[in-house]
Design a protein around this ligand. Structure first.
Ligand code: NAD
Length: 255
């Protein structure tokens, strides 16, 4: 079943990991997708990978994929990217704010500029994209904004305080914007992944990852596809009465 047939989506952080899995699943479900990354080079690499796997998505007459690399911290660049999606596909129905960074630094050595940088991408950029997307969605009669939160937005984490703080803020944006934008037929939800097998997790040393897995009731880390499935449900009309939720996809991990 093509749950997103006729819809146009924009996915930030779409070049790899969870974002790339969302891009693929949305395309499989009939959507047109703007894959966004931080650099043209990584966007091109991701598009090449996708083209090799699914050349049919790139057919000249009805290509369903474009690549963009707006600076998400610059509202004017984000607005331009949103306008490009609308021009190319005719609408912007789904905006996935997925780009994010994390660092595990002790409070005692945390540099204020590192704290600010994490907030700038994980929170300010979500605000910028939500604002630009909501303007277009309101005009066209509705849409869906989805944010990637994290398990740590519920439990906190014992180091690298900017990351959990930023994801608590993402939940705040999600719940508040759901209430503000409901009247414009715009749903706003978040997915809170647990430990998921992506580059962000690959850099963690064994002594961190192994004890973590031991505490997960489902006995494994999540796959990007596990998380993407939640993004598919929330983007689709199957979730037409769901807004303001932070959906955990974490195997019941509680660390
Ligand atoms: P990843 O490092 O594999 O991918 C991060 C993505 O963000 C990449 O596409 C990258 O291009 C993009 N990005 C990074 N800096 C950027 C910038 N300055 N401007 C624009 N884009 C930028 O990570 P991932 O694990 O796939 O993470 C995706 C999201 O999932 C993040 O928001 C992350 O916080 C969240 N998350 C991940 C996990 C996990 O275990 N992997 C768990 C919970 C939440």
């Amino acid at each position: 079943m093509e749950l997103l047939k006729g819809k146009a989506a924009m996915v930030t952080g779409g070049t790899r990991g969870i974002g790339y899995a969302i891009v693929k699943l949305y395309l499989e479900n009939g959507a047109c997708v703007a894959l966004c990354g931080s650099r043209q080079e990584t966007v091109d690499k991701a598009l090449d990978k996708l083209r090799a796997e699914k050349p049919e998505y790139f057919e000249e007459e009805n290509s369903r994929v474009i690549g963009l690399c707006p600076d998400l911290q610059k509202p004017e660049e984000v607005e331009k990217a949103v306008a490009t999606v609308k021009e190319t596909f005719g609408s912007l129905d789904i905006c996935v704010n997925n780009a994010g960074v994390s660092a595990r630094e002790s409070l005692y050595t945390y540099k204020p500029e590192d704290f600010a940088n994490t907030m700038a991408l994980n929170v300010n950029a979500v605000f910028n994209c939500s604002q630009a997307a909501a303007k277009v969605m309101k005009e066209q009669g509705g849409g869906v904004i989805l944010n990637t939160s994290s398990m740590v937005s519920i439990y906190g984490q014992p180091s690298g305080v900017a990351y959990p703080a930023s994801k608590f803020a993402v939940n705040g944006l999600t719940k508040s914007l759901a209430r503000e934008l409901g009247k414009d037929n715009i749903r706003v939800n978040a997915v809170a992944p647990g430990v998921t097998r992506t580059d962000m997790v690959a850099v963690l040393p064994d002594e961190v990852i192994k004890p973590l897995i031991a505490t997960i009731p489902l006995g494994r880390v999540g796959e990007p596809e596990d998380v993407a499935n939640a993004f598919l449900y929330l983007a689709s009309d199957m979730a037409s009465y769901v807004t303001g939720v932070v959906l955990s996809v974490d195997g019941a991990a509680r660390t």
